[in-house]
Design a protein around this ligand. Structure first.
Ligand SMILES: Cc1cc2nc3c(=O)[nH]c(=O)nc-3n(C[C@H](O)[C@H](O)[C@H](O)COP(=O)(O)O)c2cc1C
Length: 391
């Protein structure tokens, strides 16, 4: 393997070595029952392991029932949920890949319907009360709905915040018992911990609100508590929304400061996403500063500048995500110092074999040796076609 290809360089984080820099971004499947993984989850996550992504993250797993986005989301608040994940973890390991879990609490964005339902992903109504006790009371730093028509959350008090912190800790332990080797705290996309960070979600006037220090307090407390509860050797990631992309919202400067503090709290990698605090995010172009439409903003690598800034200024490893679709683009992001890892979401759902194809494209695996031996016949044929085309 040419060692010059960064995408396929191993990365050791604490006691865990990722075989390459390709990460499966957390992807909600809205297919769990009572928070328990189903055969779909096995099929979905195992396909990325067959494709040889270095680190395979589960979708957001809720640390308590009211922290689910929808009644169909995955949970990790009880042992039955952990048990159902064990075969998935074992399969990912058997492929030489590393299983990771994203721990989440949806906060004021909880209690919505599945995007597959007729109405789409909107707050659940009483009429849908048949759905696993839905709708349920949502919680947040402040009693502010996400937008008009959304549930009105209740403001968390100190005691409830303690309980949620403990739910993150218990879920982290449970995930490790199930065999996951990397954990990620979901602090992005407008969910509970992000809504504490952003001035647009947090209007508290106690120690957990107000200035940046106050707004960072609870998310940092959760990170510190989880770090203290897991072995030193376990890598801990945090996904953040690097900017809110809205007037008066969280900024990249805030993210740099927060990332420094996450590093001090024992977080190893900041996973750099953006947006989600309110309605559709409005991003700004990094060059001219003029507003971009949603579609034009989501050009390839649109969030890489956030990852680069945090990596350069906060002294912590970062993961870039968002429309990373081409192996050469991914390689360039790593090579130019934009990130230490690249996460892919939709592209991997489209093609779970993307890492193996990338290895071929980048000359790392011209003879298809990285493919599972069970598929040798398929790749032999592919090799023959390649030789014919080249002759
Ligand atoms: C179907 C779907 C489900 C997602 N679920 C999650 C999730 O559970 N947690 C999370 O942090 N991000 C989630 N995301 C965001 C992705 O992880 C990723 O950041 C985003 O899709 C941008 O990357 P991409 O352009 O490679 O898809 C989801 C995205 C999609 C399309």
């Amino acid at each position: 393997m040419p060692s010059s290809v960064k995408l396929f360089e191993a990365l050791t984080l604490r006691d865990t070595t990722l075989p390459n820099r390709i990460v499966v971004s957390p992807l909600c499947q809205y297919s769990a029952i009572d928070g328990v993984a189903q055969p779909w989850h096995f099929a979905h996550l195992s396909s990325f392991a067959r494709g040889k992504a270095g680190l395979v993250f589960t979708e957001a797993a809720a640390v308590e029932a009211r922290g689910r986005i929808t009644p169909d989301c995955l949970g990790i608040w009880n042992d039955a949920q952990a048990d159902a994940l064990r075969p998935i973890v074992e399969f990912i390991e058997s492929m030489g890949c590393v299983p990771g879990m994203q721990l989440a609490h949806a906060g004021r964005k909880a209690s919505t319907s599945s995007p597959f339902s007729k109405r789409g992903p909107v707050p659940l109504t009483e009429a849908e009360a048949g759905d696993a006790g839905a709708p349920w009371q949502t919680v947040a730093p402040s009693p502010l709905p996400v937008a008009e028509g959304w549930h009105l959350p209740i403001e968390l008090d100190d005691h409830e915040m303690q309980n949620i912190e403990q739910a993150f800790v218990a879920s982290a332990r449970r995930a490790l018992q199930a065999g996951f080797r990397v954990l990620e705290l979901h602090m992005a996309h407008g969910y509970l911990l992000h809504s504490f960070l952003s001035p647009l979600g947090n209007r508290r006037d106690d120690a957990y609100g107000g200035d940046l220090e106050g707004r960072m307090r609870f998310p940092l407390q959760v990170a510190t508590a989880v770090r203290a509860a897991i072995p030193d050797g376990t890598p801990l990631f945090a996904r953040i929304s690097a900017i809110d992309g809205r007037e008066g919202g969280w900024s990249i400067e805030d993210s740099v400061e927060f990332s420094r503090r996450l590093a001090a709290a024992g977080v190893d990698v900041v996973d750099c996403s953006s947006g989600g605090i309110g309605g559709a995010p409005r991003f700004r172009s990094d060059d001219e500063g003029k507003p971009l439409t949603r579609d034009s903003a989501r050009r390839p690598g649109f969030q890489v500048p956030f990852s680069r800034a945090i990596r350069e200024q906060a002294g912590i490893r970062t993961m870039a995500v968002g429309v990373i679709i081409d192996p050469r683009q991914a390689e360039e992001i790593l090579r130019s110092g934009g990130a230490d890892l690249v996460a892919l979401g939709r592209e991997l759902m489209y093609d779970p074999f993307w890492p193996l194809r990338a290895a071929e494209t980048l000359g790392v695996d011209p003879d298809f040796r990285m493919w599972p031996p069970q598929y040798a016949w398929a790749v032999d044929r592919r090799a023959q076609i390649k030789t014919l085309n080249e002759s």
